[in-house]
Design a protein around this ligand. Sequence first.
Ligand SMILES: Nc1nc2c(ncn2[C@@H]2O[C@H](COP(=O)(O)OP(=O)(O)O)[C@@H](O)[C@H]2O)c(=O)[nH]1
Ligand SMILES: [Mg+2]
Length: 362
Amino acid sequence: MPPREIARLATAIENGAPLPDGLPAGAGLIIGVTGPPGAGKSSLVDALTAEWRAHGKTVAILAVDPSSRATGGAILGDRIRMQRHHADSGVFVRSMATRGAPGGLAKTTFNLAKLFRSAGFDLIVIETVGVGQDEIAVAGVADVTALVLTPGMGDDVQAIKAGIMEIAGVFVINKADLPGAEKTRREIEGMLSLGEKRAPIFLTVATEGRGIAELAVALEMRERSRWKSPEADFQIDHMGIAVESIDSALAFYRDQLGLTVASCETVEHEKVRVAMLPAGESRIELLEAAAADSTIAKFVSKRGPGLHHVALRVPDLNAAIGRLEAAGARLLGPPRRGAGGHLYVFVHPASTGGVLWELIQQ
Ligand SMILES: Nc1nc2c(ncn2[C@@H]2O[C@H](COP(=O)(O)OP(=O)(O)O)[C@@H](O)[C@H]2O)c(=O)[nH]1
Ligand SMILES: [Mg+2]
Protein backbone atom coordinates (compact mmCIF):
# COMPACT_ATOMS: atom_id res chain seq x y z
CA MET A 1 0.00 0.00 0.00
CA PRO A 2 1.54 3.36 -0.96
CA PRO A 3 2.14 5.74 1.98
CA ARG A 4 -0.32 8.26 0.58
CA GLU A 5 -3.08 5.63 0.55
CA ILE A 6 -2.24 4.56 4.11
CA ALA A 7 -2.41 8.20 5.21
CA ARG A 8 -5.75 8.71 3.46
CA LEU A 9 -7.30 5.63 5.09
CA ALA A 10 -5.82 6.60 8.46
CA THR A 11 -7.52 9.99 8.31
CA ALA A 12 -10.85 8.35 7.50
CA ILE A 13 -10.46 5.94 10.43
CA GLU A 14 -9.57 8.79 12.79
CA ASN A 15 -12.78 10.48 11.71
CA GLY A 16 -14.75 7.42 12.72
CA ALA A 17 -14.86 5.38 9.51
CA PRO A 18 -14.66 1.62 9.99
CA LEU A 19 -11.75 -0.39 8.70
CA PRO A 20 -12.36 -1.05 4.98
CA ASP A 21 -13.58 -4.55 4.12
CA GLY A 22 -11.30 -7.09 2.55
CA LEU A 23 -7.97 -5.80 3.84
CA PRO A 24 -5.42 -8.57 4.32
CA ALA A 25 -4.79 -9.32 7.98
CA GLY A 26 -1.04 -8.85 7.87
CA ALA A 27 1.27 -10.52 10.33
CA GLY A 28 2.88 -7.58 12.09
CA LEU A 29 3.27 -7.37 15.84
CA ILE A 30 1.49 -4.54 17.65
CA ILE A 31 3.65 -3.11 20.44
CA GLY A 32 2.42 -0.62 23.00
CA VAL A 33 4.87 1.80 24.61
CA THR A 34 3.45 3.73 27.52
CA GLY A 35 4.60 5.63 30.59
CA PRO A 36 4.73 9.11 32.08
CA PRO A 37 5.59 12.17 29.98
CA GLY A 38 9.32 12.70 29.58
CA ALA A 39 10.27 9.11 30.44
CA GLY A 40 11.87 8.80 27.04
CA LYS A 41 9.21 6.82 25.18
CA SER A 42 9.72 8.64 21.89
CA SER A 43 13.49 8.35 22.23
CA LEU A 44 13.09 4.62 22.86
CA VAL A 45 10.76 4.14 19.92
CA ASP A 46 13.25 6.00 17.76
CA ALA A 47 16.14 3.80 18.94
CA LEU A 48 14.09 0.60 18.58
CA THR A 49 13.12 1.66 15.07
CA ALA A 50 16.76 2.12 14.13
CA GLU A 51 17.49 -1.34 15.55
CA TRP A 52 14.66 -3.02 13.67
CA ARG A 53 15.51 -1.21 10.44
CA ALA A 54 19.08 -2.46 10.75
CA HIS A 55 17.56 -5.96 10.60
CA GLY A 56 15.41 -5.13 7.60
CA LYS A 57 12.10 -4.93 9.46
CA THR A 58 9.53 -2.29 8.59
CA VAL A 59 8.02 -0.16 11.34
CA ALA A 60 4.85 1.89 11.65
CA ILE A 61 4.66 4.29 14.59
CA LEU A 62 1.45 5.70 15.97
CA ALA A 63 1.98 8.45 18.51
CA VAL A 64 -1.25 8.92 20.44
CA ASP A 65 -1.29 12.42 21.80
CA PRO A 66 -3.74 13.42 24.49
CA SER A 67 -4.28 16.90 23.12
CA SER A 68 -6.06 17.91 26.31
CA ARG A 69 -2.83 17.51 28.27
CA ALA A 70 0.18 17.94 26.01
CA THR A 71 1.13 20.97 24.01
CA GLY A 72 1.73 21.00 20.29
CA GLY A 73 5.39 21.15 21.19
CA ALA A 74 5.38 17.55 22.30
CA ILE A 75 4.20 16.35 18.90
CA LEU A 76 6.70 18.64 17.23
CA GLY A 77 9.49 17.23 19.38
CA ASP A 78 8.53 13.71 18.37
CA ARG A 79 8.37 14.70 14.72
CA ILE A 80 11.84 16.24 14.81
CA ARG A 81 13.22 13.22 16.62
CA MET A 82 11.72 10.87 14.06
CA GLN A 83 13.12 12.84 11.15
CA ARG A 84 16.13 10.60 10.85
CA HIS A 85 13.69 7.97 9.57
CA HIS A 86 11.89 10.48 7.39
CA ALA A 87 13.35 9.49 4.04
CA ASP A 88 13.05 5.77 4.90
CA SER A 89 10.08 4.15 3.18
CA GLY A 90 10.32 1.30 5.70
CA VAL A 91 9.14 3.63 8.46
CA PHE A 92 5.71 5.24 8.64
CA VAL A 93 4.99 7.78 11.37
CA ARG A 94 1.58 9.05 12.33
CA SER A 95 0.46 11.24 15.23
CA MET A 96 -3.09 11.16 16.49
CA ALA A 97 -4.69 13.66 18.83
CA THR A 98 -7.05 11.78 21.12
CA ARG A 99 -9.69 14.43 20.57
CA GLY A 100 -10.18 13.25 17.03
CA ALA A 101 -11.30 9.79 17.99
CA PRO A 102 -15.08 9.50 18.06
CA GLY A 103 -16.43 6.18 19.25
CA GLY A 104 -13.63 5.27 21.58
CA LEU A 105 -9.94 5.99 21.55
CA ALA A 106 -8.94 2.37 21.98
CA LYS A 107 -11.10 1.25 19.06
CA THR A 108 -9.77 3.94 16.73
CA THR A 109 -6.22 3.21 17.79
CA PHE A 110 -6.72 -0.50 17.22
CA ASN A 111 -8.21 0.11 13.77
CA LEU A 112 -5.24 2.28 12.84
CA ALA A 113 -2.84 -0.37 14.09
CA LYS A 114 -4.71 -2.99 12.05
CA LEU A 115 -4.49 -0.74 9.01
CA PHE A 116 -0.72 -0.50 9.40
CA ARG A 117 -0.49 -4.24 9.95
CA SER A 118 -2.56 -4.80 6.82
CA ALA A 119 -0.21 -2.48 4.92
CA GLY A 120 2.48 -5.01 5.71
CA PHE A 121 4.54 -3.39 8.46
CA ASP A 122 6.41 -5.92 10.56
CA LEU A 123 6.17 -3.91 13.75
CA ILE A 124 3.48 -1.44 14.71
CA VAL A 125 4.36 0.70 17.70
CA ILE A 126 1.70 2.63 19.59
CA GLU A 127 3.17 5.31 21.87
CA THR A 128 0.79 6.62 24.52
CA VAL A 129 1.49 9.17 27.22
CA GLY A 130 0.66 8.61 30.84
CA VAL A 131 -0.83 5.79 32.84
CA GLY A 132 -4.52 6.73 32.95
CA GLN A 133 -7.55 4.68 31.95
CA ASP A 134 -7.34 5.75 28.29
CA GLU A 135 -3.74 4.68 28.06
CA ILE A 136 -4.47 1.36 29.71
CA ALA A 137 -7.24 0.76 27.16
CA VAL A 138 -4.97 1.72 24.29
CA ALA A 139 -2.13 -0.42 25.62
CA GLY A 140 -4.64 -3.26 25.93
CA VAL A 141 -5.05 -3.48 22.16
CA ALA A 142 -1.36 -4.25 21.69
CA ASP A 143 0.12 -7.74 21.50
CA VAL A 144 2.70 -6.65 24.04
CA THR A 145 3.14 -3.43 25.99
CA ALA A 146 6.30 -1.91 27.41
CA LEU A 147 5.88 0.33 30.44
CA VAL A 148 8.65 2.94 30.46
CA LEU A 149 9.78 4.30 33.82
CA THR A 150 12.83 6.27 34.94
CA PRO A 151 15.19 6.07 37.92
CA GLY A 152 14.29 7.94 41.01
CA MET A 153 10.58 7.63 40.49
CA GLY A 154 10.54 6.33 44.05
CA ASP A 155 7.06 6.63 45.44
CA ASP A 156 5.74 7.08 41.93
CA VAL A 157 6.41 3.44 41.25
CA GLN A 158 4.18 2.57 44.20
CA ALA A 159 1.56 4.90 42.82
CA ILE A 160 1.39 3.20 39.46
CA LYS A 161 -2.03 1.81 39.09
CA ALA A 162 -2.51 -1.93 39.20
CA GLY A 163 -4.16 -1.76 35.80
CA ILE A 164 -1.04 -0.68 34.01
CA MET A 165 1.11 -3.15 35.93
CA GLU A 166 -1.19 -5.88 34.65
CA ILE A 167 -1.00 -4.78 31.07
CA ALA A 168 2.77 -4.34 30.94
CA GLY A 169 4.48 -7.37 29.44
CA VAL A 170 7.88 -5.74 29.63
CA PHE A 171 9.22 -3.11 32.01
CA VAL A 172 11.79 -0.58 30.85
CA ILE A 173 13.80 1.61 33.17
CA ASN A 174 15.04 4.22 30.74
CA LYS A 175 17.60 6.92 31.57
CA ALA A 176 19.64 4.23 33.30
CA ASP A 177 22.56 6.66 32.98
CA LEU A 178 20.97 8.61 35.83
CA PRO A 179 21.42 7.49 39.45
CA GLY A 180 18.89 5.12 41.02
CA ALA A 181 18.19 2.71 38.18
CA GLU A 182 18.99 -0.38 40.26
CA LYS A 183 16.83 0.87 43.10
CA THR A 184 13.91 1.34 40.72
CA ARG A 185 14.49 -2.16 39.39
CA ARG A 186 14.26 -3.59 42.89
CA GLU A 187 11.06 -1.64 43.52
CA ILE A 188 9.48 -3.02 40.38
CA GLU A 189 10.65 -6.53 41.25
CA GLY A 190 9.12 -6.04 44.68
CA MET A 191 5.79 -5.07 43.18
CA LEU A 192 5.84 -7.95 40.72
CA SER A 193 6.63 -10.46 43.44
CA LEU A 194 3.40 -9.49 45.19
CA GLY A 195 1.35 -10.77 42.29
CA GLU A 196 1.45 -13.75 39.99
CA LYS A 197 2.88 -11.70 37.20
CA ARG A 198 6.28 -12.31 35.64
CA ALA A 199 7.66 -9.69 33.32
CA PRO A 200 11.22 -8.92 32.32
CA ILE A 201 12.78 -5.61 33.37
CA PHE A 202 15.21 -3.83 31.04
CA LEU A 203 17.56 -0.96 31.74
CA THR A 204 18.11 1.33 28.77
CA VAL A 205 19.70 4.59 27.75
CA ALA A 206 17.61 5.48 24.73
CA THR A 207 19.68 8.49 23.76
CA GLU A 208 22.82 6.35 23.51
CA GLY A 209 21.20 3.20 22.15
CA ARG A 210 22.19 1.20 25.24
CA GLY A 211 20.09 -1.87 26.05
CA ILE A 212 18.03 -1.37 22.90
CA ALA A 213 18.98 -4.55 21.02
CA GLU A 214 18.00 -6.74 24.01
CA LEU A 215 14.72 -4.88 24.44
CA ALA A 216 13.91 -5.20 20.73
CA VAL A 217 14.40 -8.97 20.88
CA ALA A 218 12.37 -9.31 24.07
CA LEU A 219 9.44 -7.46 22.52
CA GLU A 220 9.52 -9.74 19.49
CA MET A 221 9.81 -12.83 21.71
CA ARG A 222 6.47 -11.92 23.20
CA GLU A 223 4.98 -12.67 19.83
CA ARG A 224 6.32 -16.19 19.88
CA SER A 225 5.09 -16.90 23.36
CA ARG A 226 1.68 -15.55 22.44
CA TRP A 227 1.54 -17.89 19.48
CA LYS A 228 1.96 -20.72 21.95
CA SER A 229 -1.41 -19.91 23.47
CA PRO A 230 -2.87 -22.01 26.24
CA GLU A 231 -3.93 -25.37 24.79
CA ALA A 232 -7.45 -24.58 25.85
CA ASP A 233 -7.63 -22.05 23.05
CA PHE A 234 -7.03 -24.83 20.54
CA GLN A 235 -9.35 -27.75 19.99
CA ILE A 236 -9.77 -30.42 17.36
CA ASP A 237 -13.18 -29.34 16.09
CA HIS A 238 -13.90 -32.26 13.81
CA MET A 239 -12.53 -34.90 11.45
CA GLY A 240 -13.87 -34.67 7.92
CA ILE A 241 -14.34 -38.12 6.38
CA ALA A 242 -15.20 -38.50 2.71
CA VAL A 243 -17.74 -41.27 2.08
CA GLU A 244 -19.45 -42.66 -1.01
CA SER A 245 -22.81 -42.36 0.70
CA ILE A 246 -23.72 -41.00 4.13
CA ASP A 247 -26.58 -43.46 4.44
CA SER A 248 -24.37 -46.52 4.04
CA ALA A 249 -21.58 -44.98 6.17
CA LEU A 250 -24.05 -44.63 9.04
CA ALA A 251 -24.21 -48.40 9.23
CA PHE A 252 -20.78 -48.19 10.86
CA TYR A 253 -20.75 -44.82 12.61
CA ARG A 254 -24.29 -44.88 13.97
CA ASP A 255 -25.41 -48.48 14.11
CA GLN A 256 -22.13 -50.18 15.06
CA LEU A 257 -20.23 -47.43 16.94
CA GLY A 258 -23.33 -45.91 18.47
CA LEU A 259 -22.72 -42.25 17.55
CA THR A 260 -25.70 -39.97 17.01
CA VAL A 261 -26.35 -37.78 13.97
CA ALA A 262 -26.77 -34.24 15.32
CA SER A 263 -27.36 -32.57 11.97
CA CYS A 264 -27.47 -33.33 8.28
CA GLU A 265 -27.41 -30.64 5.61
CA THR A 266 -26.21 -29.77 2.12
CA VAL A 267 -23.61 -27.00 1.82
CA GLU A 268 -24.44 -25.63 -1.62
CA HIS A 269 -21.27 -23.70 -2.40
CA GLU A 270 -19.14 -26.71 -1.50
CA LYS A 271 -21.51 -29.10 -3.34
CA VAL A 272 -21.39 -31.48 -0.42
CA ARG A 273 -23.82 -33.22 1.92
CA VAL A 274 -22.65 -33.13 5.51
CA ALA A 275 -23.63 -35.23 8.54
CA MET A 276 -22.28 -34.20 11.93
CA LEU A 277 -21.82 -36.81 14.67
CA PRO A 278 -20.67 -35.39 18.01
CA ALA A 279 -17.90 -37.29 19.78
CA GLY A 280 -17.08 -35.68 23.12
CA GLU A 281 -15.74 -32.17 22.63
CA SER A 282 -15.13 -32.98 18.99
CA ARG A 283 -17.19 -34.25 16.05
CA ILE A 284 -17.03 -36.57 13.09
CA GLU A 285 -18.09 -34.95 9.84
CA LEU A 286 -19.22 -37.31 7.08
CA LEU A 287 -18.89 -35.75 3.64
CA GLU A 288 -20.78 -37.00 0.61
CA ALA A 289 -20.49 -35.42 -2.84
CA ALA A 290 -23.67 -33.58 -3.82
CA ALA A 291 -22.51 -33.10 -7.43
CA ALA A 292 -20.11 -34.87 -9.76
CA ASP A 293 -17.78 -31.86 -9.86
CA SER A 294 -17.53 -31.30 -6.11
CA THR A 295 -14.14 -31.52 -4.42
CA ILE A 296 -15.37 -34.51 -2.42
CA ALA A 297 -16.33 -36.36 -5.63
CA LYS A 298 -12.86 -35.67 -7.02
CA PHE A 299 -11.22 -36.73 -3.77
CA VAL A 300 -13.14 -40.02 -3.64
CA SER A 301 -12.46 -40.88 -7.28
CA LYS A 302 -8.75 -40.10 -6.90
CA ARG A 303 -7.94 -41.38 -3.42
CA GLY A 304 -10.97 -43.42 -2.46
CA PRO A 305 -13.18 -42.71 0.57
CA GLY A 306 -11.44 -41.97 3.85
CA LEU A 307 -10.02 -39.21 6.02
CA HIS A 308 -10.34 -35.98 4.05
CA HIS A 309 -9.31 -33.26 6.51
CA VAL A 310 -8.89 -32.42 10.17
CA ALA A 311 -10.34 -29.20 11.57
CA LEU A 312 -8.62 -27.27 14.32
CA ARG A 313 -10.33 -24.50 16.24
CA VAL A 314 -7.92 -21.59 16.73
CA PRO A 315 -8.31 -18.59 19.06
CA ASP A 316 -7.64 -15.98 16.36
CA LEU A 317 -8.11 -17.04 12.75
CA ASN A 318 -6.98 -13.69 11.36
CA ALA A 319 -3.73 -13.89 13.26
CA ALA A 320 -3.23 -17.49 12.17
CA ILE A 321 -3.85 -16.58 8.53
CA GLY A 322 -1.47 -13.64 8.79
CA ARG A 323 1.28 -15.89 10.04
CA LEU A 324 0.59 -18.60 7.47
CA GLU A 325 0.60 -16.07 4.64
CA ALA A 326 3.79 -14.53 5.93
CA ALA A 327 5.37 -17.99 5.93
CA GLY A 328 4.23 -18.57 2.35
CA ALA A 329 1.73 -21.32 3.20
CA ARG A 330 -0.83 -22.25 0.55
CA LEU A 331 -4.35 -21.38 1.64
CA LEU A 332 -7.24 -22.81 -0.37
CA GLY A 333 -9.12 -19.62 -1.08
CA PRO A 334 -9.98 -16.77 1.25
CA PRO A 335 -11.61 -17.38 4.65
CA ARG A 336 -15.31 -18.22 4.36
CA ARG A 337 -18.23 -18.15 6.72
CA GLY A 338 -19.80 -21.52 7.47
CA ALA A 339 -23.41 -22.37 8.18
CA GLY A 340 -22.92 -21.99 11.94
CA GLY A 341 -21.56 -18.45 11.50
CA HIS A 342 -18.01 -19.61 12.16
CA LEU A 343 -15.08 -18.56 9.95
CA TYR A 344 -12.87 -21.14 8.31
CA VAL A 345 -10.06 -21.57 5.85
CA PHE A 346 -8.30 -24.64 4.42
CA VAL A 347 -4.53 -25.04 4.34
CA HIS A 348 -3.14 -27.18 1.52
CA PRO A 349 -1.46 -30.46 2.57
CA ALA A 350 1.68 -29.36 0.70
CA SER A 351 2.14 -26.65 3.34
CA THR A 352 1.32 -28.77 6.38
CA GLY A 353 3.24 -31.99 5.89
CA GLY A 354 0.52 -34.01 4.22
CA VAL A 355 -2.69 -33.19 6.08
CA LEU A 356 -5.46 -30.97 4.72
CA TRP A 357 -6.14 -28.75 7.72
CA GLU A 358 -9.23 -26.68 8.19
CA LEU A 359 -8.74 -23.80 10.63
CA ILE A 360 -11.87 -22.60 12.35
CA GLN A 361 -12.75 -19.67 14.54
CA GLN A 362 -16.06 -19.81 16.37
N1 LIG B 1 19.73 11.11 30.28
C1 LIG B 1 18.85 10.55 29.46
N2 LIG B 1 17.94 11.31 28.83
C2 LIG B 1 17.06 10.72 28.01
C3 LIG B 1 17.09 9.33 27.77
N3 LIG B 1 16.09 9.02 26.93
C4 LIG B 1 15.47 10.19 26.63
N4 LIG B 1 16.05 11.22 27.27
C5 LIG B 1 15.66 12.63 27.23
O1 LIG B 1 14.44 12.80 27.92
C6 LIG B 1 13.64 13.81 27.33
C7 LIG B 1 12.24 13.27 27.04
O2 LIG B 1 12.34 12.27 26.05
P1 LIG B 1 11.12 11.83 25.14
O3 LIG B 1 11.59 10.70 24.33
O4 LIG B 1 10.51 12.99 24.44
O5 LIG B 1 10.09 11.32 26.25
P2 LIG B 1 8.54 10.93 26.13
O6 LIG B 1 7.75 12.12 26.56
O7 LIG B 1 8.36 9.80 27.07
O8 LIG B 1 8.27 10.56 24.71
C8 LIG B 1 14.39 14.24 26.08
O9 LIG B 1 15.09 15.42 26.39
C9 LIG B 1 15.35 13.10 25.82
O10 LIG B 1 16.52 13.52 25.17
C10 LIG B 1 18.09 8.55 28.46
O11 LIG B 1 18.17 7.32 28.34
N5 LIG B 1 18.93 9.22 29.28
MG1 LIG C 1 6.82 11.16 23.31
